[in-house]
Design a protein. Structure first.
Length: 133
């Protein structure tokens, strides 16, 4: 009955890498939004505790840190398709249809890692006295 259908071709390595690379822009947008939310959250948490004129995070630090952070995040993102290619070379079934979930999980994990400074700032500033503005 099903003999008339051609067999499914296995996905090539280039197609696997292409699947991940097509989603890199979306990943970068998600990471950048998480980074900006973290920065705004730290500023909101720390501002009531700082004297007027002081910044919770120096702007020059952000200017130097954001490009480096995105570079490191993208190097880590490449590990997704490196693992898939490695599994393929070992003849283990790589992500397959579940790689959409792997992408979502990796993106959420990256957002969680990005937000760690906010959680540390929240714990640090919770017990500090407020400064009259």
């Amino acid at each position: 009955m099903f003999e008339s259908f051609p067999p499914l071709k296995p996905e090539t390595t280039l197609q696997m890498v292409g699947w991940w690379e097509l989603r890199r822009v979306a990943y970068n947008v998600v990471i950048l939004v998480a980074f900006l939310a973290t920065w705004l959250g730290i500023t909101a948490v720390a501002s009531p505790h700082l004297p007027p004129g002081q910044d919770a995070i120096e702007p020059m630090v952000l200017f130097l840190f954001i490009p480096r952070y995105l570079l490191i995040a993208n190097v880590c993102y490449a590990s997704c398709w490196l693992v898939a290619v490695g599994l393929r070379l070992l003849q283990v079934k790589p992500f397959g249809p579940s790689r959409g979930w792997a992408f979502l999980g990796y993106s959420l994990l990256s957002c969680l890692v990005t937000s760690i400074p906010f959680w540390c700032a929240l714990v640090y500033w919770m017990g500090r006295p407020l400064v009259a503005q």
